[in-house]
Design a binder for this molecule. Structure first.
Ligand code: ADP
Ligand code: GN1
Ligand code: MG
Length: 366
C-alpha cells in the first residue's frame, strides 16, 4: 500500500473524532513491516496538525489487539514512574479503541506527529549513536521491575535464533522459488556457525541470562531525536515489546548502527563493522541501563551483537528463498542484498572479537 486517497484518509481520521480536511498524506519512514503515513490535517475548527497514520501488518502480527495491550501496559508503567519519559499517545476512536478496522480488514492506528523530531537511518554524529543507545538502555532500566511474563508473546520465538535457523534450513530444503543454487556461499556461511545459535538460550536456561522486558527492534530509526538538541525524545515502534534478553536489544542496535553502510547496500566493499561505533553503543546503552545489567550480561553483549546480526541475515535469506513475503521490498534481490550485508558484518565482528570482549570487560569494572 504505497498511497491512498485523501478521502479514505479523512474517513479513517473521522473515526478518531478528527473532522476536517487532509491537506496531504505521504508514505513516511523506512520500516520494513507496517505502512506508515504522515498526514497534514486541517481540522474544521481551523487547526493545522500533523498525524502519523499506520496500517499495522496483519500478515506479520496475528493478534494486533495484544500488541496494543502490551504497549499500553508498558508505557503506563513507565509514565507512572517518571513524568519525563515520553511515548507516542495513540488516539482513541469513539468507542474507546486505539485500533480501527476498515471494511477490507486493515488495522489502523493514529498518533500525533512529534514536531521537531527526526529519525536517522545512518546516525550523523557520535552523539546520535550515543543517544539512540542510551534510549534503549534506559528502556531496559525503566522496565526492570515490570513483570515480563505478564506480556503477550506477540511473535513466539521472535529472537530464538536456533529456531530461526531451523526455519532457514527448512526454506533451503523446500526451495520453493528455485533460488537456493544462487546463494550457496551464503547458505554455507550460515550453516558453518550453527553451533553458535543456541548459545543465549542455553545461558538463559542455566540461569546466567535473566528474562527482561525487551523492545526487540532497536534500530536507530526507532528512536526520535530532537531536531535541535539531538537528544533522544522517545523510543517508538513498540510492536515487538515482549519478554526477551537485554543483550539482544543491545545487539540489534549494534547490528544496524555500527555498519558503515545501509542495510541493503549492494556494494559490499562499503560495508564494515565500525568498532569505534561499537564502543559508543556500549557506553550509551550501559549508561542508559544505569547499573541494571549483571556482569554476565555485560560480558555477553558482543554475543548479542553477533547473534542479532547472524539472525537477521538468515531471516532475510529465508524470506528471499520463500519469495519475499515478509519484509517489504522495492526491488528483486533486496532481501538477498540485506542478507549479504549482515553476513559481512558477522565476519567483521568475528575479526574484531577480542577487542569487542575487552571493551565490554572494562565496563564490568573487573
Ligand atoms: P515500522 O514498524 O514500519 O518500522 P515505525 O513505527 O518505526 O514503523 O514508523 C516508521 C517511521 O516513521 C519511523 O522510523 C519514523 O521515521 C517515523 N515516525 C513514526 N512515528 C513518528 C512520530 N510520532 N513523529 C515523528 N516521526 C515518526
Ligand atoms: C523489521 O519494522 P522494522 O523495519 O522496524 C523487523 C525486525 C528486523 C528489521 C530489519 C516485526 O523492523 O525484526 O530486525 O526489520 N520487524 C519485525 O531491518 O519483524
Ligand atoms: Mg520502525
Amino acid at each position: 500500500m504505497k498511497m491512498f486517497s485523501n478521502n479514505k484518509c479523512e474517513e479513517i481520521l473521522s473515526k478518531y473524532g478528527l473532522n476536517g480536511n487532509v491537506l496531504s498524506c505521504r508514505a513516511f519512514g523506512s520500516g520494513h513491516i507496517n505502512n506508515t503515513f504522515l498526514i497534514n490535517f486541517l481540522s474544521n475548527n481551523g487547526k493545522n496538525i500533523k498525524y502519523v497514520l499506520q496500517a499495522v501488518n496483519s500478515n506479520v502480527f496475528k493478534n494486533i489487539y495484544e500488541i496494543m495491550e502490551n504497549i499500553r501496559n508498558v508505557t503506563d508503567f513507565i509514565k507512572n514512574k517518571s513524568v519525563e519519559s515520553k511515548f507516542l499517545d495513540f488516539l482513541q476512536t469513539d468507542n474507546g479503541n486505539t485500533l480501527y478496522v476498515d471494511d477490507s480488514g486493515v488495522y489502523w492506528r493514529v498518533y500525533r506527529f512529534i514536531e521537531n523530531s527526526v529519525t536517522v537511518d545512518m546516525p550523523e554524529t557520535d552523539n546520535d549513536l550515543y543517544q539512540c543507545a542510551y534510549a534503549f538502555g534506559k528502556f531496559q532500566r525503566d522496565l526492570a521491575d515490570f513483570p515480563a511474563e505478564s506480556l503477550h508473546e506477540i511473535i513466539p520465538d521472535f529472537h530464538n535464533t536456533f529456531k530461526r535457523y531451523r526455519a532457514f534450513l527448512d526454506a533451503v530444503e523446500k526451495d520453493i522459488c528455485g533460488r537456493a543454487h544462487k546463494v550457496e556461499s551464503e547458505i554455507d556461511f550460515i550453516k558453518s556457525r550453527s553451533d553458535f545459535y543456541g548459545l543465549l538460550d542455553e545461558k538463559y536456561r542455566s540461569g546466567i541470562l535473566p528474562l527482561r522486558v525487551s523492545h526487540n527492534d532497536t534500530k536507530c530509526n526507532n528512536v526520535l531525536l530532537d531536531c535541535e538538541t539531538r537528544k533522544a525524545v522517545c523510543v517508538i515502534d513498540l510492536d515487538t515489546i515482549m519478554p526477551g534478553f537485554s543483550v539482544n536489544d543491545f545487539g540489534d542496535a549494534v547490528r544496524f548502527g555500527t555498519s558503515t553502510a545501509a542495510e541493503d547496500e549492494t556494494d559490499l566493499s562499503k560495508v564494515h563493522f565500525d568498532f569505534d561505533k561499537f564502543k559508543i553503543y556500549a557506553r550509551g546503552f550501559l549508561d542508559g541501563c544505569d547499573g541494571l545489567l549483571t556482569d554476565e550480561e555485560i560480558m555477553l553483549l558482543p554475543e548479542g551483537a553477533k547473534m542479532m546480526t547472524a539472525e537477521c541475515g538468515m531471516r532475510f535469506l529465508t524470506d528471499y528463498l520463500e519469495g519475499d513475503t515478509y519484509f517489504k521490498t522495492e526491488r528483486e534481490e533486496q532481501n538477498l542484498d540485506r542478507c549479504r550485508t549482515q553476513l559481512k558484518l558477522v565476519s567483521e565482528m568475528e575479526n574484531n572479537w577480542d577487542r569487542m570482549k575487552a571493551c565490554v570487560s572494562e565496563f564490568t569494572g573487573k
